[in-house]
Design a protein around this ligand. Structure first.
Ligand code: SF4
Length: 407
């Protein structure tokens, strides 16, 4: 367990501010810098099941998934950007993060690989491609690694799901997951390796026929785990017929996620044309979120917003509205994805993002959102606003059997 009480809030916040900067700017390093680490053996590797965050392709070289900050043990994902002033250097057998020529995080501890990643489903498919380890006991299933909106020219402008598939799909053996595979992976993860939360997500499927799949997956997980409530999050675009949402609740999902991505009405239509045109428009997204809160409960529903595309006050208006109405609005730094339509654009600076996170966390605390609610409704619990929430609320994460010693 990381013990936040060993450090002052100021020290911990400074660490998370640096983490925020690393996630905004990425890290530069030579492609072979990790050759002295047992990545994919002792050290957990990145599996690109949905969106790659690296600015440069590296399909033949595995990178570590993340390292921990020295004090608070906050997880920091590796995002490769050769233009970044922040870098990883290997000196005398140790890895360090430098800001230009000044070391800022020394002797990096890379998160170790759960033995769960060594296992495969009965058909031979590796568990690491079926349900990834998102840290702190969370598994993440991206049932597909493509989005059918692309075929219509309606994919979200910030998204690189289809480019990610082209680069890493074959290299890492990632493809569509069957409910049976998901049941086997999640069943083993829950029984033997300390996982206790799973998110089911993925790109749009043709004709929006995902509901049957989600119901079959829920049944397979229930059979494999023996749990009726398996702490699952279904991440789905707003259906035109809102009564469909009742089926997810009946199937046993504890929480629900409908990601608006952009709050401004005009920008939503422009940035997310498929979400606007295929799902009954922005008003239907808001209606879906309202009904989801009625079905699943207050703060049992999440909506992620890509933070940095629209003006700050527009974004904050959306976050405030959503949190006031029982939705966990989750701002996520726009780190411009390679292969997306917006490739070449720039995200705002780290201070811009930090202010959004501080204001968001203030809203969570003002409305009494609990750590369990934040964790259960999200695919991972290591985002910058969640780290900040933990510091301010003094919440340590627990050690779980089979998970990394610091988790
Ligand atoms: S709906 Fe948008 S964000 Fe989601 S996978 Fe498709 S293009 Fe990407």
């Amino acid at each position: 367990m990381s013990s936040l009480s060993n450090y002052s809030k100021e020290e911990l916040i400074k660490e998370v501010q640096l983490k925020n900067r690393i996630l905004v700017e990425g890290l530069s390093f030579p492609i072979d810098i990790f050759k002295n680490l047992d990545v994919g053996g002792e050290i957990q590797e990145t599996v690109h099941v949905l969106f790659t965050a690296d600015k440069h392709a590296h399909k033949d070289v595995e990178f570590p998934a993340c390292f921990l900050t020295p004090k608070g043990k906050f997880r920091v994902g590796i995002r490769w950007n050769q233009d970044s002033l922040l870098s990883i250097r290997y000196i005398d057998g140790q890895y360090h993060v430098f800001d230009r020529n000044t070391p800022v995080f020394e002797n990096l501890y890379f998160v170790t690989r759960s033995p769960y990643y060594k296992l495969s489903a009965s058909d031979g498919t590796s568990f690491r491609t079926i349900a990834t380890d998102n840290g702190h006991g969370a598994l993440f299933v991206s049932y597909s690694n493509e989005c059918s909106l692309k075929d219509k020219g309606l994919d979200c402008l910030f998204c690189n799901i289809n480019a990610t598939k082209s680069i890493y799909g074959d290299a890492q053996g990632i493809s569509w997951k069957t409910p049976k595979q998901v049941g086997e992976a999640v069943g083993a993860g829950y029984r033997e390796y300390g996982f206790d939360h799973v998110t089911i997500s993925g790109g749009f499927v043709p004709e929006r026929r995902e509901v049957e799949y989600y119901l079959d997956v829920a049944e397979a997980i229930q059979n494999a785990t023996g749990l009726e409530d398996f702490n699952g999050t279904a991440c789905v675009g707003a259906p035109r017929d809102l009564t469909v949402l009742e089926k997810y609740k009946e199937a046993g999902y504890r929480t629900f996620a409908t990601n608006m991505e952009v709050w401004s009405e005009k920008m939503f239509d422009l940035i997310c044309p498929g979400k606007a045109q295929e799902c009954g428009g922005r008003s239907n997204w808001l209606a879906a979120l309202k009904y989801e809160v009625e079905l699943f409960g207050k703060y049992r529903v999440r909506s992620t917003l890509v933070s940095g595309i629209e003006p700050k006050e527009s974004l904050m208006t959306g976050i405030e509205y959503l949190v006031e109405n029982g939705v966990i609005a989750q701002p996520s730094q726009w780190y411009v994805n390679v292969g997306s339509a917006l490739q070449g654009h720039r995200t705002p600076d780290p201070d811009w993002h930090w202010e959004v996170f501080e204001r968001t966390v203030s809203l969570y605390r003002k409305h009494g959102v609990t750590w369990d609610q934040l964790r259960d409704a999200n695919a991972g619990s290591d985002s910058v606003p969640f780290d900040l929430y933990r510091i301010l609320e003094g919440i340590d994460v627990k050690l779980k059997k089979g998970l990394d010693q610091y988790e």
